[in-house]
Ligand binder design. Sequence first.
Ligand SMILES: [Zn+2]
Length: 411
Amino acid sequence: MRSKRVWKRLLGLQRAVVEDVCVEDDGKVVVAVRPKARELDRCPYCRRRCPGYDWGEGRRRWRALDLGTTFCFLEAWAPRVSCREHGVVVTAVPWARHDSSFTREFEDTVAWLAVHTNKTAVAELMRIAWRTVGWICERVMAEQTATRDLFAGLERIGVDEISIRKGHRYLTVVVDHDTGRLVWIGSGRDRKTVEKFLDLLGAERCKQLRLVSCDMAEWITRPVAERCPNAAVCYDPFHLVKLATDALDDIRREVWNEARRAGQRQLARELKGARFALWKNPGNLTERQQLKLARVQALNQRLYRAYLLAQQLRQIYRTGFDEAVALLDAWLRWARRCRLEPFVKLARTITEQREGIEAAIRHGLSNARVEQVNTQLRLIIRRAFGFHSYDAPIALAMLALGGLCPSLPGR
Ligand SMILES: [Zn+2]
């Protein structure tokens, strides 16, 4: 009797009874167990007590955490019950998740290791295949999301996309600005994906959203505008700065091509070398780059004008709200009549999207936090290569970045 209690303690068993322990010829420790009477005949989905159906496939084994250096398994009957709602199903057992051949403690340990260590370490230490790690992550994640409310208190979120497999596949990512947590990952980058998230969020919580930061992408902004009446959409400042840099680069290329065609080799060479000087913040320029810039000013008025336009637009993110709005007005007046087509076009875009740009300045919200999560997410997805499906790396990412990683058993 005493030793059975020791075994129970050793295995961290709760709501179960140890019946017998034996060591098999190959050294495996097999512990025969049964659920406590109160835990018998329960449906694994709704936990309701159900009438028995049959003995299923007889006795089953679950891999438990190793005991020192030896493998350990739990063994028990796995009868089937007939649930009113879920039909004929294998009965729930207190020591394992449904449809798993590992104990809960084993799976929690694997999930914890998958989040905190590398691929080889998990597989070697736990003596399982990397693919199995993927299955386990999915099960743990499913349980965590079913028992926790990940969308509680969401007010300020960032939505972004990431491409995986060299752009063959896209994921839509939602991050909570206030906690920096990954809240949701959806497959695809289109309106439907965003709508799926808003469906999950529910009408009531859509109303609670105050700010949504994103790029100027209609597949995000349209559904948000339609369903989240109280949310201000903020366009990411980096995105706007990038549009200006792109416009500047268009002009640089244009001027460079003209110079080449006109046989002005010296000018073409200098322009090519000026690329980085043009991109940098004026304050960060090296002396050499400052000289380059002075040369650009002397050599080509158009390019220098484009440079000033791009720099000036950045300024709006470096001051207070009122000044920024005034700066933006002045910038738009200038850009509209600057006779540089890419900037005239950009001025049109900014005029159309002005509300979102101003909201970002007013609330000081950028997608930086989202970008941070995305960087980590990419690393996880790369590491997860070899999993059986796309759901597995997503599960691992939610465990790691969504704050869903289980704690180690017994701690
Ligand atoms: Zn049921």
